[in-house]
Design a protein around this ligand. Structure first.
Ligand SMILES: C[S@@+](CC[C@H](N)C(=O)[O-])C[C@H]1O[C@@H](n2cnc3c(N)ncnc32)[C@H](O)[C@@H]1O
Length: 201
């Protein structure tokens, strides 16, 4: 996917999520917050795009940093953050070079709604290494992944590819996200998207 071009022409169907998707992501956040009181700690929104889910985490009481490589996406995120009146840090940088971007460390929750599964294998490995370096010991990683299959635009990833990119982490759950694209795109791209939850071994 050419993300820069997509934002330039206003193509971002991943932002048009519906209630079942929102309910599921909220359930996943609930799970990470259970037994704690806000503030919940540092959260990292990888490939934050327009900041939608990072802002949601900030509203819930996480101290959020969002990172993206596309300026237009970050501009949209900045506008959204202002509108929401939340405190969320936004950085321009690559998920494969988080430390070089000055992201910091100690993140208890690392969220990726759609970046990992379109990276190539060297980039995935780099992202896994960087996440391992900046995440807290008791961190949870939540990855949204389309299965690997021939389709236009998004590569997708298999479970073994997720595991290979995150050595030292264990997949604890794989659950449907209930994400649906607009009808034509859904038929064409067949997302069949799942949440992967990872914890350190
Ligand atoms: C499917 S979009 C998801 C955006 C946002 N998380 C959401 O759910 O609305 C994937 C995002 O990853 C960003 N991205 C892709 N490759 C990246 C990289 N190597 N480093 C940082 N961001 C990247 C894109 O610019 C895009 O905003």
């Amino acid at each position: 996917m050419n993300w820069r071009f997509a934002y330039a022409i206003g193509f971002h169907p991943w932002e048009d999520t519906d209630l079942p998707f929102a309910r599921k992501i909220s359930e996943l956040f609930d799970r990470e917050e259970k037994g704690h009181e806000p503030p919940y700690g540092l959260a990292l929104d990888l490939g934050t795009g327009s900041g939608i889910w990072g802002i949601e985490l900030a509203k819930r009481g996480w101290q959020v940093t969002g990172i993206d490589i596309v300026d237009k996406a970050l501009q949209r995120a900045w506008d959204r953050v202002q509108k929401a009146g939340v405190d969320m840090r936004l950085l321009r940088g690559d998920v494969t070079a988080l430390r070089a971007a000055g992201i910091g460390s100690g993140f208890r929750l690392v969220l990726d709604t759609g970046t990992f599964h379109d990276l190539n294998s060297a980039q995935r490995e780099a992202m896994g290494r960087e996440v391992s370096a900046v995440a807290a010991r008791d961190a949870t990683v939540l990855l949204l992944v389309w299965p690997k299959r021939r389709r236009p635009l998004i590569r997708g990833a298999s479970r073994s590819e997720v595991e290979a990119a995150f050595p030292g982490w264990r997949v604890t759950d794989v659950e449907p996200s209930h994400f649906r694209l607009p009808k034509i795109l859904d038929l064409l791209l067949k997302p069949d998207e799942h949440w992967y939850r990872l914890r350190r071994e």
